[in-house]
Design a protein around this ligand. Structure first.
Ligand SMILES: Cc1cc2nc3c(=O)[nH]c(=O)nc-3n(C[C@H](O)[C@H](O)[C@H](O)COP(=O)(O)OP(=O)(O)OC[C@H]3O[C@@H](n4cnc5c(N)ncnc54)[C@H](O)[C@@H]3O)c2cc1C
Length: 464
């Protein structure tokens, strides 16, 4: 088993941690890594594709188990839509396997580069969270290995407590080794999308709330640079699957070649170079200009058809787009706030960010519903994800603004997501989960990992 010492980063390149890197390809090798961690007194943490915005897949001075080597789809039944795969399989591999047969993953993240292990550990949500819940609700069964060496199988009925806590548990209880999931039947490679501008935050949230029940997916883009009467303006994209018969040529639209994102922009510029062209615009003035143009272009309401891949994975159009944020990288702050309090809370946060001179450069809203997973981040309300550029000059100011955001979100009865925010403290986590949930998680941790081998920098920050 090869062990290299290397420096790993979070997705936004704002954090880094030196660690030993092991890439297991078998369950025996995971067990060997556990034995090594125990013998050497080092903490160990799983890592998928490293797409978490924070320190969830980092462990300074510890051992990283890079799960990307376990990347085989082991079973696919195109009649029932059941897929079984190893944890390092990406969502890209999954949708490309199932889509030509008329299926689509029930829940996807905004990038297709994430692994199934990472998606289960975070219990990712999609733009359809209000309708179908997080990815965990579509997992039929998973197998995992615990630091004790025990190999377990979990479903809602079998080892239910571990099913509901390992999914959402950020790899702190055990390592997923295989996942069986139910795919969603589709009758076209296209979605019907309604795009509608919203003039301010009230209109934005009203549209998310009122329109969601009529669609399969809903997502909002929010212009964080607009103030005054336009505070919270943006555009809502609401999409629905096509019914059987609506697409005259489903075999054609479901072909992979008609789903793939194009390799060149305007047929000329290779996508891999695009982030260099974006860099000059990643500042307050540039983002204001781009957002204003984007808002005007979004008028008036219109309807169009779009491939599943283009609708879901817009951010993948520009590979390495995060590098456009410069040397200090970016962080994402995502808050989940009940529908009754979201408007006031986000008004206060957006106004504060404008006053501080640190508007979000990307704002994304979604509609959510609660779920039964132990470390759930969902609420009956909305989420707002905000991306901030980090520089040597703004680091301290940004940190105190986000602390103020935490206060506003907690006061509004909101929650945070362990795949995104880098600042959440143990006290904040206790405030939104409550003592009982934290105690329950710690008890499970003792049972699954009595020697405390599994740790990440996130774990140390929240539970350490
Ligand atoms: C552009 C972009 C868009 C995104 N959009 C969304 C979105 O729409 N919705 C959403 O919910 N999230 C979203 N995310 C966040 C992302 O989906 C999560 O951070 C996800 O966990 C990343 O998967 P990964 O494979 O990169 O895992 P990593 O980031 O490498 O790891 C995440 C966690 O999973 C654990 N883990 C990894 N593999 C295993 C395993 N085999 N067993 C046990 N634990 C394991 C790690 O220890 C870590 O705690 C987005 C991220 C990006 C960069």
């Amino acid at each position: 088993m090869q062990k290299n010492f290397t420096k790993l980063e979070n997705f936004g390149h704002s954090l880094s941690a030196p660690s030993y890197l092991i890439q297991p390809t078998t369950i025996d090798e995971i067990n060997e890594a556990f034995a090594l961690a125990k013998k050497s007194g080092l903490a160990i943490s799983a890592r998928g594709a490293g797409r978490s915005y924070n320190d969830a897949a980092l462990i300074g001075g510890g051992i990283i188990l890079d799960m990307q080597g376990m990347n085989a789809i082991t079973e696919w039944d195109s009649a029932t839509g059941l897929i079984t795969a190893q944890p390092g399989v990406t969502l890209e591999q999954v949708w490309q396997k199932v889509e030509p047969d008329g299926w689509w993953p029930p829940v996807v993240s905004g990038t297709m580069t994430t692994t199934l292990g990472g998606c289960l550990a975070a219990n990712v949500h999609g733009k359809n969270n209000f309708k179908v819940g997080p990815i965990g609700e579509h997992v039929v069964e998973f197998t995992a290995i615990l630091p004790t060496g025990a190999e377990i199988t979990c479903s809602q009925k079998k080892n239910g407590d571990l099913f509901y806590s390992m999914i959402s548990g950020f790899g702190m209880l055990g390592i997923f080794t295989s996942v069986t999931m139910q795919m969603k039947r589709i009758y076209s490679g296209l979605l019907s999308v309604d795009a509608q501008p919203s003039r301010n935050l009230h209109e934005h949230l009203t549209s998310l709330l009122d329109d969601a029940p009529n669609y399969d997916y809903i997502v909002g883009w929010l212009d964080g640079t607009a103030g005054g009467k336009s505070l919270g303006r943006g555009q809502i994209h609401a999409a629905r699957y096509l019914n059987e018969g609506e697409d005259p040529n489903p075999q054609e639209t479901m072909k992979l070649s008609n789903q793939m994102l194009p390799p060149r922009i305007f047929g000329v510029i290779p996508k891999s170079l695009l982030h260099y062209f974006m860099s000059p615009f990643v500042n307050n003035l540039g983002v204001w200009a781009v957002n204003t143009a984007k808002y005007i272009a979004s008028l008036p309401k219109h309807t169009f058809r779009e491939s599943h891949a283009a609708f879901h994975f817009l951010l993948d159009y520009v590979p390495d787009w995060e590098y456009a944020y410069g040397r200090g990288g970016l962080i994402e702050y995502q808050s989940f706030v009940p529908k009754e309090t979201a408007e006031d809370a986000w008004k206060e946060m957006l106004q504060l960010s404008l006053r501080t001179g640190l508007p979000t450069y990307l704002g994304v809203t979604k509609r959510h519903r609660p779920d039964k997973f132990l470390l759930t981040h969902a609420v009956d309300g909305f989420s707002l994800a905000m991306d901030f550029k980090v520089t040597d000059n703004n680091r301290v100011k940004l940190g105190s603004m986000l602390q103020e955001f935490d206060r506003i979100v907690l006061q509004a009865g909101g929650k945070f997501y362990f795949a995104k925010n880098s600042e959440t403290t143990a006290e904040t986590a206790q405030a939104f989960y409550g003592k009982e949930t934290i105690a329950k998680f710690k008890k499970l941790k003792k049972r699954c990992d009595p020697h405390g081998l599994l740790e990440s920098d996130l774990y140390r920050r929240i539970f350490g």
